[in-house]
Design a protein around this ligand. Structure first.
Ligand SMILES: NC(=O)c1ccc[n+]([C@@H]2O[C@H](COP(=O)([O-])OP(=O)(O)OC[C@H]3O[C@@H](n4cnc5c(N)ncnc54)[C@H](OP(=O)(O)O)[C@@H]3O)[C@@H](O)[C@H]2O)c1
Length: 318
């Protein structure tokens, strides 16, 4: 059975629909996971970010893999993200160049603004000599007065300079997208957002896709280990997912990845475990029926796991 393996971005570039996530991949594991994914598990898409603090180790893996005979740099789609502490115009290029140097790359396929929140430069990534986050007297994360427009225009310069092929955003809401589309000379190619059966974001996906902004589903397995849904089974252990997995003789993770693909979203499950890395791409030889898609649709609990209110008392998504 054939299945779509890529989506086409608004730049015309092809992006592999399944990629490897790297958040919380410990530095001593992240490089091995990426090397395994590229050489043994046929991944052609890796999702990175400066704040994950493992780009140097992933860069070693890229160097090793791309200096071999089988894979060239242009065979792989690589994303990274600009952290909140580098939103000022003159900081954006410096941050991108640091990521390129850490990853041992000359260009990124996609560079995302990680959040629409700017924090002081000294709250940088700890390995860059930054400090812990600061909070005001109300317990709210201290932010910088930097308009998203300033950051976006600096990101557009990265495209013109050839450092990145495409730019996009992550964690953007509809009002933020409506605003950015009023001035962007290069419209965002991507909005990377939390999506899993307990948090389906159907309306936001529809809006993005109507504006030719592709969507990547992050935490597609429900980010087990990081989040627990009180009073509910883990997304990966949901009974509806179990039953569908049995029907197709696939794993629950396969069903979650396949569901994301059939909704037209890119999907980036993270793992550092070789068998799981391989398992998570075993999704191209079966199809969820319309009634199975409807059954999964009924699981929506509007249950967001990743919320800046938790880490900064910022009601970002309210
Ligand atoms: N833009 C953003 O703000 C943002 C936010 C969150 C995530 N992301 C991106 O999205 C990626 C994925 O999200 P995520 O890391 O939050 O969560 P996820 O991919 O939903 O879940 C990852 C967890 O699932 C486990 N796992 C992986 N495959 C499995 C399988 N087949 N069976 C059972 N368990 C499995 C992993 O364990 P092991 O690793 O131990 O195998 C890990 O604990 C991130 O890594 C990151 O690249 C972006």
């Amino acid at each position: 059975m054939s299945a779509k393996t890529h989506i086409t971005l608004n730049t015309g570039a092809l992006m592999p629909i399944v990629g490897l996530g790297t958040w919380k991949s410990a530095p001593n594991k992240a490089g091995q996971a990426v090397e395994y994914a590229l050489t043994e598990a046929l991944y052609r898409h890796i999702d990175c970010a400066a704040i994950y603090q493992n780009e140097k180790e992933i860069g070693q893996a890229f160097k090793k893999v791309f200096s071999g005979n089988t894979l060239k740099r242009e065979d792989v789609f690589i994303t990274s993200k600009l952290w909140n502490s580098a939103h000022r115009k003159n900081e954006v290029r410096v941050a991108c160049e640091k990521t390129l140097s850490d990853l041992n790359l000359e260009y990124l396929d996609l560079y995302l603004m990680h959040w629409g929140i700017a924090t002081p430069s000294h709250w940088a990534i700890p390995t860059n000599g930054g400090q812990e986050a600061e909070y005001d007297e109300h317990g709210i994360l201290v932010m910088e007065k930097i308009p998203i427009r300033e950051t976006w225009e600096a990101m557009e310069e990265l495209v013109r300079a050839g450092l990145v092929k495409a730019i996009g955003v992550a964690n953007f809401t509809a009002p933020m997208l409506i605003d950015i589309l009023t001035y962007a000379t290069i419209p965002p190619a991507m909005n990377q957002i939390e999506i899993h059966p307990y948090f389906q974001q159907t309306r936001l996906i529809e809006f993005c896709q109507s504006k030719k902004i592709a969507v990547t589903a992050y935490s597609p397995l429900g980010s087990p280990g990081n989040f627990v849904a009180k009073g509910l089974p883990a997304v990966l252990e949901d009974e509806v997912i179990n039953k569908i997995a049995q029907v197709h003789q696939k794993t629950n993770a396969n069903i979650l990845v396949r569901w994301a693909m059939q909704r037209g979203t890119v999907v980036i499950p993270k793992s550092i475990t070789p068998e799981r890395i391989k398992e998570n791409t075993d999704v191209f030889d079966f199809e969820l029926s319309d009634s199975e898609m409807i059954d999964i649709a009924t699981l929506d609990r509007k249950l967001r796991f990743l919320d800046p209110y938790v880490w900064g008392k910022i009601p970002y998504f309210d």
